[in-house]
Design a protein around this ligand. Structure first.
Ligand code: ZN
Length: 416
């Protein structure tokens, strides 16, 4: 970098432009190195002011000022600054500091699953680039080995979420967890899903070596009129529960609860549940895939009935079930234009964002997940639209929203 450097009245050479240039340049270099680019070293041209073929002695390039008449040398401010960069091995670069502010929106490319009960609405209504008429699930935010989302764009484009979690922990508030804690799915159920139950962390630690239990919740994105879900059961005690399950008395056992678009349902571990055909659901859950099948309507896949987990189900099902009134939260009176808290448990907090016009809030969580279900608009000047799944990282700061759109957001608690 050339400047017209001069000796100041204090006898020093102040060259802030050179420092700014080198700081920006080396900060970028350090970032691409972190991202895996094969940078072996950096050679700073040039150390001393020198004769340059095109400019002669008219402009100065060095970290050290040279009096061309006498040959006397004076280290410029940039030389001391560079000494500090070397001593801290790049740690003093301001770009490294700036990284901690993390103003980048992390957009994710979802992963899709084919399921016997899946449909075509994720392709048709949400325009995801996926083929097949049996797409049951869109894993919008996931670092699970069965479907690890890839960053869509920006500084981290092409990296897996699990990789980012391990390699850039500051994006997620340096949470001390061994894996990304949440998983966000959209579910398109053309047909009924099997009736199932999930174990909790305590049961899993004994019976399923090392996996997490599963607490999940549903937001009903869309459903037919007079829709219902299976939530809970009608057994009074464990003995009756075992009798009903082992005797196949399903119509007595299963409890169907009427629901409508916009309802929110928390499914604690031990809750018998099933999604019914025609429902489109946004699921927020612990990052786990442990499910015990209670009953699958005697359906056959490739001529065989699905494996059921009768004993484990009876072990983990809560008896009696939580009351119907305590199972469903209606959201029609949600305050528009704010991050409205719908539910909080030890694993996550879920919010609805139903925006019309403008809103702003501070991103003060270790990270905030956002899945856009309707409409489009701007988030800090960037377009967000129906079907987008994104993460606002730690240190994102002020969030400015505009437009008419709806999203379900979530964060995880830091105190466990
Ligand atoms: Zn489930």
């Amino acid at each position: 970098m050339s400047c017209h450097d001069m000796i100041s009245t204090d006898g020093k050479v102040h060259d802030p432009n050179r420092i700014d240039f080198l700081d920006a340049y080396l900060s970028r270099l350090s970032r691409v190195f972190e991202e895996g680019v094969d940078v072996r070293g950096y050679f700073l041209w040039t150390f001393l002011d020198n004769f340059e073929w095109e400019k002669g002695y008219n402009e100065r390039f060095g970290l050290v000022y040279v009096d061309f008449a006498t040959g006397k040398r004076i280290p410029k401010d940039s030389a001391y600054w560079y000494q500090n960069v070397m001593e801290t091995n790049g740690g003093s670069l301001s770009g490294i500091e700036n990284n901690k502010e993390n103003h980048e929106i992390l957009f994710l490319n979802p992963v899709f699953t084919h399921n016997i009960w899946g449909g075509s609405r994720l392709k048709g209504d949400f325009h995801y680039p996926v083929t097949g008429d049996d797409i049951g699930e869109c894993w919008g935010v996931s670092a699970h080995p069965n479907g690890d989302c890839i960053l869509r764009e920006g500084a981290f484009a092409g990296r897996k979420l699990s990789q980012l979690w391990n390699e850039e922990p500051e994006l997620f508030g340096n949470l001390e967890r061994d894996r990304f804690p949440l998983l966000i799915k959209m579910i398109d159920a053309k047909d009924d899903l099997s009736i199932q139950v999930h174990p909790d962390d305590a049961y899993v630690s004994v019976h399923e070596n090392g996996s997490l239990g599963k607490t999940e919740c549903w937001y009903i994105v869309d459903c037919p009129k007079d829709a219902s879900l299976v939530i809970g059961h009608n057994a009074k005690d464990k003995e009756q529960l075992a009798e009903m399950i082992e005797g196949g008395r399903w119509s007595e056992f299963i409890r169907e609860v009427p629901v409508k678009k916009g309802d929110f349902i928390q499914i604690d571990p031990g809750t018998v549940h099933a999604i019914k055909g025609g429902m489109m659901i946004l699921e927020t859950q612990q990052n786990s895939d442990i499910t015990y099948q209670v009953y699958d309507y005697d359906r056959l896949t490739d001529g065989k009935p699905r494996e059921l987990h009768v004993e484990k189900s009876i072990d983990v099902i809560n008896v009696p079930a939580k009351s119907v009134e305590n199972s469903v939260i209606h959201t029609e009176n949600v305050d528009k234009s704010m991050l409205y808290p719908l539910y909080s448990c030890e694993f996550y907090q879920v919010f609805e964002l139903d925006l019309e016009g403008k809103a702003s809030f501070e991103q003060k969580y270790p990270f905030l997940l956002m899945s856009v279900l309707e409409g489009d608009g701007l988030l800090n000047g960037q377009l967000v639209k129906k079907g987008d799944h994104l993460i606002l990282p730690d240190g994102f700061g002020q969030v400015e929203l505009q437009g008419k759109w709806k999203a379900i957001c979530s964060c995880c608690h830091t105190n466990i």
